[in-house]
Ligand binder design. Structure first.
Ligand SMILES: [Zn+2]
Length: 475
């Protein structure tokens, strides 16, 4: 949520924490491989969600070359009998762990802890998450993306939003002209989107949104705290086009009624503002507040970097909340469900995002939780799938490239053993994933995951969050 400065903190770790990362590559030696998935049921996720039975899909040069066309003689065949093919999933709200050196220790000194990018990206891929939207983008994320594009790492496509208005950034974005400059600098640095953050004042917030429009950069974000209890029409403004979580709306009111949710939905509709409900995160906060056991039981916890495992357990800022606070979290969970219902009723698009990377939210695995929660909140299975495929691609304006299964699009695909239109939890029944045209079958996924687990087990003792913080303070 709002702790990304803490993610940056552990970069200045004592050198005893340094650990050489395992260099491991899972890339197939033949990038030019041609594949044909035969006899599969395609859930295309186009607007009319055309379902095509007994289909043959040919994948070549990273692209879906044909659907029900001829099969090239050199194609490697994948039997899709009794299986379902859906587009790769998009998590529209992540904070991916990345090394970096935001604090000067001495000139030429780089990051003290290095992370293996493959190990950071594998949980996404293992879960069929083939595109992510990084909402606290740093130069290191550009580096990670380069590693993936270069072919050194198998990972998702990464869209980048630069945050303006964090506690630190606010020092440079207090006035409208500073806010505009911050947007222009972000553009120059190569970020594609702007994230408006919590601590912007009203004028700076509006200047960020306006300048982003001038620079043709879409704006996602928080609703700054200054709007607290002000009329909702003040912060719903055109070009502020995606709210990072439903929590942003619930923080602006003490009225948790369906009527209030509808008011938000109407204003969102009028201003072209979409929503990332991010139900996962609030449910996770509530669970962590009550018990740390919920963390250890998280699906995929063993694949989290040991330093973050240590942080989530030994320095969990949600754990130990008062009964009153827990009751408040639960009230918010209920209100967020009403928000989803209201946005659905009014026809405001919602895209799936999870805050993957923050305490209690495991990359990749969390998106399947979100889909389930969206369905429990009232979306149909198909609507939930659309929120994590076509709609995300539309908001990012790459829907001509990904988000649906159509000829000519990039081959980001998940082959499922069971039908997700029957039960949304079937998105977890993954037989294999195509990542940018590369086939990763179940065996390979299991190998990649177990490699992380092994590395984590061997190196666990070297990473202790509290010790790390102590050493940082000593600097
Ligand atoms: Zn976040």
């Amino acid at each position: 949520m709002k702790k990304f400065y803490l993610i940056a903190l552990f970069i200045i770790l004592n050198s005893s924490c340094f650990n050489k990362v395992i260099s491991q590559t899972y890339l197939s030696s033949d990038q030019e491989m041609v594949y044909a998935i035969k006899n599969v049921t395609i859930i295309s996720m186009t607007e009319n969600n055309k379902v095509i039975e007994n289909a043959t899909v040919v994948i070549q040069n990273k692209i879906i070359q044909s659907i029900n066309g001829s099969i090239p003689t050199n194609a490697k065949t994948i039997d899709g009998t009794g299986k379902w093919l859906i587009p790769g999933l998009i998590d529209m709200h992540v904070h991916t762990l990345a090394e970096g050196a935001p604090f000067v220790i001495y000139p030429t000194k780089g990051p003290i802890v290095s992370f293996n990018t493959q190990n950071i990206m594998t949980p996404y891929i293992a879960n069929g998450v083939t595109t992510i939207f990084e909402l606290s983008a740093r130069p290191e994320n550009i580096g990670q993306r380069n590693e993936i594009i270069r072919g050194d790492v198998i990972g998702p496509r990464i869209a980048l939003a630069k945050a303006i208005g964090g506690k630190k950034a606010n020092l440079t974005a207090k006035t409208t002209s500073d806010a505009r400059n911050a947007v222009r600098i972000a553009k120059e640095e190569g970020y594609e989107f702007i994230k408006a953050y919590t601590w912007l004042n009203e004028e700076a917030f509006k200047a960020v949104v306006e300048e982003a429009k001038n620079q043709k950069m879409k704006v996602v974000g928080h609703i700054p705290e200054v709007f607290h209890e002000k009329p909702a029409k003040d912060f719903f403004i055109p070009h502020f086009s995606l709210i990072a979580h439903a929590e942003e709306l619930s923080k602006q009111t003490n009225d948790y009624s369906y009527k209030k949710a509808l008011e938000f939905a109407h204003l969102a509709k009028e201003n072209g503002t979409w929503l990332i409900p991010n139900l996962t995160n609030m449910v996770s906060i509530s669970k962590q507040a009550k018990s740390l056991e919920s963390i250890k039981k998280l699906l995929g916890f063993e694949y989290i970097h040991p330093l973050m495992q240590s942080k989530w357990i030994t320095s969990n800022s949600y754990y130990g909340a008062s009964d009153k606070l827990i009751a408040y979290y639960n009230k918010l969970i209920n209100f967020h469900i009403l928000i989803v219902k209201a946005f659905k009723e009014i026809g405001v698009p919602m895209v799936a995002g999870t805050d993957a990377g923050i305490s209690g939210v495991v990359a990749g695995f969390s998106l399947h939780n979100e889909l389930k929660l969206l369905v429990e909140a009232g979306l149909s299975n198909e609507e939930a799938l659309a929120s994590a495929t076509r709609l995300g691609a539309q908001w990012l304006e790459i829907d001509d490239k990904i988000g649906t299964i159509e000829t000519g699009k990039f081959a980001d695909l998940i082959l499922l053993d069971k039908n997700p239109l029957e039960s949304i939890s079937n998105t977890r029944k993954i037989f294999g994933v195509f990542v940018n045209g590369q086939w990763i079958d179940k065996n390979k996924i299991e190998t990649m995951l177990s490699d992380i687990e092994k590395w984590n087990n061997i190196n666990k003792e070297k990473y202790d969050w509290k010790e790390t913080l102590r050493k940082i303070r000593e600097k």
